[in-house]
Design a protein around this ligand. Structure first.
Ligand code: MG
Length: 488
């Protein structure tokens, strides 16, 4: 029998020795590499749920009465409730532009709510959250209301979303017929990808259909990081609840609609749980603006705040917000630090290790606030609120809010409308007014006369905003304003 040592001087022996050497050098090297490599970090999935015209006071965890929202309330218990969360403008398109790009809508040339026949929208060169996350290997999908441009060239699938299904604009927008009786709603297009696949969908099925798509997407994407943007059309008027929810709440159709949205949140959370994804997923739930108060019993509530949608009072721009991410976002916490939707994109980019858009954005990474770091403060000097076609309306800085003179709207204490027919707003003249939101969250007492130093500091901040973002009211063109997306 050959001894293993026999023939060490031969060719086979040389190969054997080299093999051992390679084994040891390679093996030890590999061990060292493993020891020094950073621990593999799983990129977080992101689920962003955006309601339409849901008010600050419309969820159980925000004090709603007669509306049951156990799933959203569970998010607040298992995560953090943000009580000073702002949208950039109290109207659909502008609000959505800010959320998805991290920019004030003024910077993007997006104002108000785009109509179905307008040929403008979010410029294809602007980067959405989906486009920011894609280079990091994210699957991206959007289901629901887009409202950032109806032409096929401006739809979500041209803005970084792998797939899209939903209404391209508000569910009350249709080719208006002068004799159309109140309550009839002519065709709305359902778009899949960039094609109309259906006309006149049954609106009582919208919440369910968006939810089914969302759940399917989570199930298909479980193996890689994903970004899901679920933008409900509800509870924007006309409101409809599905048959499983109709007549179930103590708050009529409006309550039914919110309870169905809550069930949708439950279905999404359940899908995450089923696939073991809850700990790897940041779920955010919020709204695009406050309640459309003129619709009365078909509108929500701004809770303790003044006015609603279409105004820059707190009821229009402060929205309910809850976020959960077990182990990363503190559970059962209430955070009153002001935040705005413009901060979502840079915060998500930071979490995913993604590059920020090459063009200037306005939002800042607020992860230390979301994570609940002791002493974390808002990194902005101020937030700026625009309205109409680019009018600078208000500035929020610290506890203070400045209003610049403008005309707003109010029901002036009168009743809202009933069953889908709106009451008429009255114009409301707002002067140069200053409120301390900590002492006076309801914006009842103008203290501009007694706080001259705060007033002049806030006016300087307003002037800084005008330089960069413009102000139509004072006929200023901002240096940083870009072209809106336009198709010929
Ligand atoms: Mg809205």
């Amino acid at each position: 029998m050959d001894s293993p040592w026999v023939g060490l001087g031969g060719r086979r022996g040389l190969a054997w020795v080299l093999g051992w050497l390679l084994f040891w050098v390679g093996g030890v090297g590999a061990v060292k590499a493993v020891a020094s490599a950073p621990k593999a970090v799983r990129l977080p999935n992101v689920v962003l749920i955006y309601c339409d015209d849901l008010g600050w006071g419309d969820l159980g965890c925000f004090g709603a009465k007669g509306i049951r929202t156990p799933n959203i309330d569970s998010m607040a218990r298992r995560g953090t409730k943000f009580t000073s969360f702002y949208v950039a403008q109290a109207v659909c398109s502008a609000s959505r532009a800010a959320l998805l790009t991290g920019c004030y809508p003024n910077r993007l040339g997006i104002h108000g709510a785009l109509g179905p026949k307008q040929k403008i929208g979010l410029h294809p060169d602007e980067m959405t959250i989906a486009e920011v996350l894609k280079p990091r290997g994210y699957a991206t999908a959007m289901f629901g209301k887009w409202h950032l441009g109806r032409p096929p060239e401006l739809l979500p699938v041209r803005q970084g979303f792998d797939e899209y299904f939903g209404l391209p604009y508000s569910n009350d927008m249709w080719p208006r017929h002068p004799n159309a009786p109140v309550g009839t709603y002519p065709p709305l297009p359902i778009i899949e990808g960039d094609r109309v696949v259906e006309e006149a969908p049954d609106q009582s099925l919208l919440t369910r259909r968006y939810t089914e798509r969302a759940v399917q997407f989570i199930e298909r994407s479980a193996g890689k990081p994903f970004f899901l943007y679920l933008a409900h059309s509800m509870p924007h008027v006309p409101i409809f609840a599905g048959k499983d929810h109709a007549g179930r709440s103590r708050r009529g159709v409006f309550g039914d609609v919110i309870e169905e949205i809550d069930a949708s949140v439950g279905a999404v959370l359940k899908a995450l749980r089923r696939h073991g994804l809850e700990d790897d997923t940041l779920v955010m739930f919020t709204s695009d603006n406050g309640p459309w108060l003129s619709y009365g019993n078909h509108a929500g509530s701004a809770g303790p705040f003044r006015e609603g949608k279409g105004t820059s009072f707190e009821g229009g721009i402060r929205v309910p917000c809850v976020m959960q991410w077990p182990g990363r976002i503190p559970k059962g916490r209430v955070c009153d630090t002001p935040l705005m939707t413009i901060d979502v994109l840079p915060t998500l980019a930071g979490l995913a290790g993604a590059a920020l858009p090459p063009r200037k954005i306005d939002g800042l990474d607020v992860w230390p606030i979301l994570r609940g770091d002791a002493g974390a403060t808002n990194p902005h000097a101020a937030y700026f609120i625009y309205y109409n076609q680019g009018d600078l309306i208000a500035v929020r800085s610290g506890d203070w809010k400045l209003f610049l003179p403008h005309t707003s709207q109010t029901l002036a204490g009168g009743p809202g409308g009933t069953n889908g027919v709106p009451a008429r707003y009255q114009p409301l003249r707002v002067g140069l007014e200053l409120y301390n939101l900590r002492r006076d969250p309801g914006e009842t007492t103008d203290v501009s006369g007694s706080e001259p130093e705060v007033l002049s500091r806030m006016l300087l901040l307003a002037e800084e905003a005008r330089l960069e973002l413009g102000d139509a009211r004072t006929r200023r063109v901002g240096a940083g304003v870009r072209e809106v997306g336009r198709v010929p």
